[in-house]
Design a protein around this ligand. Sequence first.
Ligand code: DAT
Ligand code: MG
Length: 149
Amino acid sequence: MERTFLAIKPDGVQRGLVGEVIQRFERKGYKLVGMKMMQVPRETAENHYGEHKGKPFFDGLVDYITSAPIVAMAWEGNNVVAAARQIVGATNPQNAAPGTIRGDFAVDIGRNIIHGSDSVESGIRELGIFFKPEELTGWERNVDRWIQE
Ligand code: DAT
Ligand code: MG
């Protein structure tokens, strides 16, 4: 079953949006299989955002993501990577559609509330950075048969 890495960034935590964000994925029907609050070490942030190293916004991005706690999460479900990106919305909240998390709660690209993996491969890579295998919990949910045929 497909998994993705989602993280409520420091601004989302500070603004009291943890419950709101989690609720959107729960209500959709995806399954939470890992979660922890943590302050991200600088080295971890630089690894996670390695594809952006050298870009003008890289240092500010790492400063922001390490500045206060995040909530790191693993979510599971059919097509969850792409579907979560849609729920998250466009990178720049100015372009994010209303109804998306970034569209509803953010105005600045540097304070866009949430991270979501951009591909299945990124999801595997990012979950490996933030979680030990034993921290991800496969579990049976009785309602699954009412969500997925
Ligand atoms: P996303 O988070 O939608 O996957 P990304 O991977 O391209 O976007 O960039 C990672 C984060 O870096 C993004 O959430 C916000 C920041 N960022 C991206 N492009 C930026 C830019 N042009 N100026 C400032 N921050 C930027
Ligand atoms: Mg990205």
